[in-house]
Design a protein around this ligand. Structure first.
Ligand code: NAI
Length: 333
């Protein structure tokens, strides 16, 4: 099948070619997918898209016109797709449900450890010959309370690791999984998790219910000096409220791998440009903030698994009309 691969980076090409170039004709496009670029899919039976590509009603209408039958996401999250519009247009949507939850879980813990022990600051100091320790004091993770919001595949991975550090782990999920309790974590209501955790880590999807789940009210209810970690989707936290929380010390550490407005920033080299996003620029001024550019998934194992599942979705769609891992909108009420 002819596949238009949007937002393609050299590493996407390497792994997708290894998984499926013999089976499908993959056309790599550097452009992000948007209503303005959707036309580039002309001639393709399927489109392959990533997290910051826009798959809205306008894009899907264009795909319908062009005869594109499948949007195969190279991601687990699908908040960037208008599923109802896809159903209307008769376009199947597929995702990669679980490529390597450990990759994101381990990156989450990397942020926790780096922030706690000020590794990001120590790195710069030592390179400049400054071996003073003032300002670098951390805290033991052993015995601390960690709150995990969303106990799916990634949340469970973080729970396992944090229990290994000797932390007390609280968990909240509207659909509690018995595996969480079996590991030794304790399911509690969200309000209790927010009020009693030393570290709060977000692992739920971005949905209308979770949009700005962490807002000014939630921050006010947290332990003073809490560490907040978001490796899930930027929109789960209200970034402006978090900036205020950092300014007044309510939030003691912030670790982000995702950002509400990341589509204009992440995955590109903007090092010789002026960052025009004032909220993002303000975040960068805090010594207790560590931001990575959506790299939680970025391990060789994960990229290989993403490529293989993406190709399997496209192959299954070509053979049966259904991808292996479809994402469907709920039927209209
Ligand atoms: P998953 O689908 O296995 O688990 C998500 C969990 O969140 C489920 O247990 C679900 O019941 C729960 N949930 C739903 N609504 C909730 C709510 N209102 N409050 C609390 N929990 C809620 O998903 P997985 O694989 O664990 O991924 C989680 C998220 O991580 C994805 O949605 C995606 O946004 C993000 N992600 C980030 C990556 C990165 O590179 N930083 C890479 C992969 C995923």
């Amino acid at each position: 099948m002819d596949v238009a691969v949007f937002s393609a980076k050299p590493y996407d090409r390497t792994f997708l070619d290894a998984a499926g170039a013999s089976r499908h004709r993959l056309r790599y496009l550097e452009a992000h997918l948007s209503p303005a670029t959707a036309i580039l899919a002309q001639g393709a039976g399927a489109v392959c898209a990533f997290v910051n590509d826009t798959v809205d009603a306008a894009v899907l209408a264009e795909f319908q016109r062009l005869g594109v039958g499948l949007v195969a996401l190279r991601s687990a999250g699908f908040n960037n797709v208008d599923l109802a519009a896809a159903r209307e247009a008769g376009i199947a949507v597929a995702r990669v449900p679980a490529y390597s939850p450990e990759a994101v879980a381990e990156h989450t813990v990397a942020l926790i450890l780096s922030l706690d022990r000020n590794i990001h600051r120590a790195y710069s100091r030592v390179r400049e010959g400054n071996f003073a320790l003032d300002g670098l004091m951390g805290f033991n993770l052993h015995g601390r309370t960690v709150g995990i919001v969303g106990t799916g595949r990634i949340g469970l991975g973080v729970i396992r690791i944090m229990l290994g550090f000797g932390c007390r782990v609280l968990a909240y999920d509207p659909y509690p999984d018995p595996a969480t309790a079996a590991l030794g974590a304790v399911h509690v209501p969200l309000a209790e998790l927010i009020a009693t955790s030393d570290i709060i880590s977000l692992h739920c999807p971005l949905t209308p219910e979770t949009h700005h789940l962490i807002d000014a009210n939630a921050i006010a209810a947290m332990k003073r000096g809490v560490m907040l970690i978001n490796t899930s989707r930027g929109g789960i936290i209200d970034t402006r409220a978090v900036v205020e929380g950092l300014k007044d010390g309510a939030i003691g550490h912030l670790g982000l791998d995702v950002y509400e407005e990341e589509a204009d920033l992440f995955f590109e080299d903007l090092s010789d440009q002026v960052i025009r996003d004032d909220v993002f620029a303000r975040l960068q001024t805090f010594p207790n903030v560590l931001i990575t550019g959506h790299q939680g998934f970025f391990t060789a194992e994960a990229l290989s698994a993403i490529a293989e599942t993406t190709i399997a979705n496209i192959t299954a769609f070509e053979e049966t009309g259904e991808p292996l891992h479809p994402v469907a909108a709920p039927p209209p009420a």
